[in-house]
Design a protein around this ligand. Structure first.
Ligand code: B3K
Ligand code: ZN
Length: 844
């Protein structure tokens, strides 16, 4: 398969002045008629007239009204064209019904919808399907569907047709079309300059009661982007559509966002606190793309993090403002460590801006998104808030309407701040997580912190240059007072020391506050000091981090030396949990143990071979000991953290319910599930019902409740996804694969719906001890299902291959088992390019 390189970038040889599309909808024989005005660029480096096209049946093509016979070439067509502006017209036939890949125009539950990013537009018609080709689109949809939508503002609508016009030039990946039997949840928004905007969330009949929360989130996002970034919405209408079959979370098509129904539909009865928070964040994310992604887009797909890293950063700022900033930061770091660090330390490692790819869909990764956002966080920390917003204003001013690069992005920071960004750019070009080792010495009145950075080799990058690393540090006195408020140290060398003078006594240093850089901090610190920071640090992230380090440390010693749970840590933890003056959300976070995959990750970082069984046993033993240590307080805590009154999905309630859920899960280890059974019975919202069911299933006492849950919710796909996932997630390691296998035989299981497939297979891959069970049953079940899915849906298949990415860190037996499965997948007849690319890189 072909490899694409950043260094080969060449602009398209033609301007696209305007695009007009007519769709004649029919389930298996949709006709698309395109009329596109092209103008040759006088000094084109590549004058070839090449249009992408895939799985299209060309009926006819014309240039300036004259029928032509283009040459079909790999991935599209070529044609001889005039030397002056000309009109290209073509009619193609496509099969939305047969499109199970869910890319291009496809059908989901009888409704037409599209997904074009990254390269799906070429499955709709022949076109220069690259993000640096921007044009205005006029769309006419002919069909009998009740609702027919496209980008931009509505034009004429009549019997059997609807017209749309998008005045903002856009790349084809932002094109969208939806048609079906939909109903809307309407609202309005007035922008700060007084523009009246019509808002709609479109859903299938029956889902209209699940739109209100998403609509509020949308309006909050619109206000926030005006207030914080000065960005206003720019069309008369903003539509969101919920679809059931979708490969990812959502898509920011201009004026017509398309959402996986799981990322927009919400109600207290069917959605958990976590669902509500995620929905709010994704609605914000897609809305924020209107400026960071749509008005300013990417020159090519290597620059993907230009829009994704920035937009993730913006949605994280939004969530921090809407909810609790420390909780959001802690959650994000947990996710980064769970998803991005393993990627960065394994065979799939790539820089936030990759320089080559075979299949771009495989680069919508935690590195591009989450590390991309971390890089922006560092930039903001280094230049300061004022300079950051000054640079952003310049970015919007200078590049509105353009398709840009990381170089353009860094240049606005150079121009706005006068700072040289050469070294900072390494964050975009180098893969791998830097390991930062810190040592301390205190002499006279001076504390010296010495840092050393090192990044392990990654595929294609054997050596690394030192990066600029912002390290936020504060100092605490013996009584817990802050004697040095947070200051950002700028590390630029491989090894570098910083001093703090005028200190009366040796302070306790709080290092990498707010997780100021995405690095692994290697710090030898006694548990007494950690407990001190857990009790006193003024930086909430580092307070949590100290607790996390203690939790990790005791679990590592249990796994490696068969030690018992650390008594001092249990003591500190129980004290904190019982302390009602502390924020419930924070207590819940401290109570949430590091995941088993996270313990495996740390073992790997420290050069050990993780043993999933031992890791699992240590987790169980620890939780049991904690439950015992807290036994007197659990009933009181459970009662005290129960939230009375009607369910409100806000941060405060969610924090309380999180603590309540953590307490219930400990209590369930002691009371045989009695409290959980009661809670299940009484629950009037999904957060409580789901938490109770999880506890019961984990205790193997939930058969009746599981059946009751099924009977109650069998008509609700999103709740059924939870039901499928939870059974796998709560299974004993030795039963996880078998449970998952049985669920794939369930009448409501379908491999064709990505949400359902991920519910079962994602839960299996996420069950560390179950997936890595020494029988190999987890590996073979995942492989078997990936092989069954590949010919239907390559994107989702490829994405889920990542479950195998950590294989080389395990023992030889497991490595051999996984290798066998990966080779089976690699050898599959007709394997998709997506999956082949993933499996090949993982095996290397
Ligand atoms: N930009 C889309 C992701 C498209 C994925 C294509 N495989 C959603 C988002 O990041 O907002
Ligand atoms: Zn995005």
């Amino acid at each position: 398969p072909e490899t694409f390189y950043l260094k080969d970038y060449t602009p398209f040889g033609f301007e696209v002045e305007a695009v007009a599309l007519t769709f004649k909808l029919a389930a298996t024989t949709t006709r698309v008629i395109s009329k596109i005005r092209f103008a040759p660029k006088p000094d084109a480096a590549d004058p070839r007239f090449f249009l992408h096209g895939e799985a299209l049946n060309l009926i006819w093509a014309k240039i300036d009204g004259q029928e032509v016979t283009p040459q079909m070439v790999n991935g599209g067509l070529e044609c001889t064209v005039p030397g002056q502006p000309f009109t290209w017209e073509a009619e193609v036939e496509i099969d939305p019904q047969g499109n199970t890949a869910l890319e291009g125009l496809y059908m989901s539950n009888g409704m037409y919808c599209t997904q074009c990013e990254a390269e799906g537009f070429r499955k709709i018609t022949y076109y220069p399907d690259r993000p640096d080709v921007m044009s205005t689109f006029t769309v006419r949809i002919e069909g009998s569907e009740k609702v027919m939508l496209s980008n931009g503002n509505p034009g004429t609508t009549g019997d059997g047709f609807a017209e749309w016009h998008d005045p903002w030039p856009k790349p084809a990946y932002l094109f969208a079309l939806v048609a079906g039997d939909l109903i809307n949840h309407p609202d309005r928004f007035t922008t700060k300059s007084g523009k009246d905007v019509e808002l709609n969330i479109w859903v299938r009949p029956g889902d209209e009661g699940k739109c209100a929360f998403g609509m509020e989130a949308l309006k909050k996002s619109m206000t926030w982007d005006e207030e914080v970034y000065g960005r206003e919405y720019d069309l008369d209408i903003f539509n969101i559509v919920a679809v059931d079959d979708f490969n990812m979370g959502a898509m920011e098509n201009k004026g017509l966002n398309i959402f996986n129904s799981s990322c927009v539909l919400a109600s207290p009865e069917t959605s958990t606190d976590a669902n509500f928070e995620r929905i709010e964040a994704i609605i914000a994310h897609e809305y924020f793309h209107n400026w960071t992604g749509n008005r300013i887009t990417c020159r090519d797909w290597f620059q993907l993090c230009l829009k994704e890293g920035l937009t993730v950063f913006r949605d994280a700022q939004f969530t921090s403002d809407m909810r609790s900033a420390p909780v959001k930061r802690i959650d994000d770091v947990i996710t980064l460590r769970a998803r991005q660090f393993p990627e960065d330390g394994g065979p799939l490692a790539h820089p936030p801006r990759p320089e080559e790819f075979q299949e771009i869909n495989n680069f919508y990764t935690a590195t591009v998104y989450e590390k991309g956002a971390e890089v922006i966080g560092m930039l903001k920390r280094l230049v300061g808030d004022d300079a950051y917003y000054k640079a952003l204003d310049l970015y919007f001013d200078r590049h509105d309407g353009q398709a840009c690069t990381i170089e353009d992005w860094l240049k606005v920071f150079e121009d706005a701040t006068g700072r040289d960004m050469t070294q900072f750019k390494l964050w975009y070009s180098q893969a791998g997580t830097p390991r930062v080792k810190v040592s301390e010495s205190f002499v006279g009145d001076t504390l010296t912190l010495t840092f050393e950075q090192e990044t392990a080799p990654t595929p294609g990058q054997p050596t690394k240059d030192p990066r600029v690393i912002p390290i936020a540090v504060g100092l605490l006195g013996a009584n817990g007072d802050e004697i040095q408020p947070t200051t950002v140290l700028e590390m630029t060398e491989a090894k570098q020391s910083f001093t703090f003078t005028g200190l009366a006594a040796k302070p306790v240093a709080s290092i990498l506050r707010e997780f100021s850089a995405p690095v692994v901090l290697d710090r030898q610190m006694g548990n007494a000091e950690r407990a001190f920071l857990l009790a006193h640090d003024t930086d909430p992230f580092n307070r949590w981090e100290a607790g996390n380090a203690l939790a990790t440390d005791t679990r590592l010693r249990m796994v490696l030396n068969g030690a018992a749970p650390d008594a001092n840590y249990l003591d500190a933890l129980t004290k904190l949990v019982r302390d009602d003056s502390q924020d419930p959300a924070f207590r819940a976070l401290v109570l949430q143990p590091p995941s088993q995959a996270q313990i495996a990750q740390v073992l790997f970082e420290q050069g050990h071979t993780p043993d999933p069984e031992k890791i699992h046993d240590a987790a169980e033993t620890f939780a049991q000991s904690l439950a015992q240590a807290l036994s007197d307080s659990l009933p009181r805590l459970y009662a005290a953290t129960t939230v009375d009154g009607p369910y409100v999905p806000d941060a405060e309630g969610a924090g309380k319910r999180a603590l309540n859920g953590a307490v219930l899960s400990l209590l369930s280890r002691l009371d045989g599930g009695a409290a959980a059974a009661k809670q299940f019975e009484a629950a009037d919202n999904m957060t409580l019902q789901y938490a109770a069911l999880a506890c019961l299933l984990r205790a193997e006492k939930g058969a009746d409740q599981s059946q009751a849950f099924f009977d109650q919710w069998k008509e609700d796909r999103l709740v059924m996804d939870k039901w499928f996932a939870l059974q796998v997630a709560t299974a004993k390691p030795e039963n996880a694969a078998q449970t998952a296998r049985a669920l794939t035989k369930h009448a409501l299981f379908t491999i064709k719906n990505p949400n359902r497939f991920r519910a079962v297979m994602g839960a299996l891959a996420g069950h560390h001890a179950g997936f890595h069970h020494i029988s190999g049953a987890g590996y073979s079940l995942l492989a078997e299902n990936l092989m069954a899915l590949d010919s239907l849906n390559p994107q989702t298949t490829a994405r889920m291959c990542a479950g195998f990415q950590t294989w080389k860190r395990y023992d030889e037996t497991r490595q051999r088992l996984i290798q066998t499965e990966l080779e089976k997948i690699a050898g599959l007849n007709g394997l998709s390019r997506d999956t082949s690319d993933m499996v090949t890189r993982i095996l290397e």
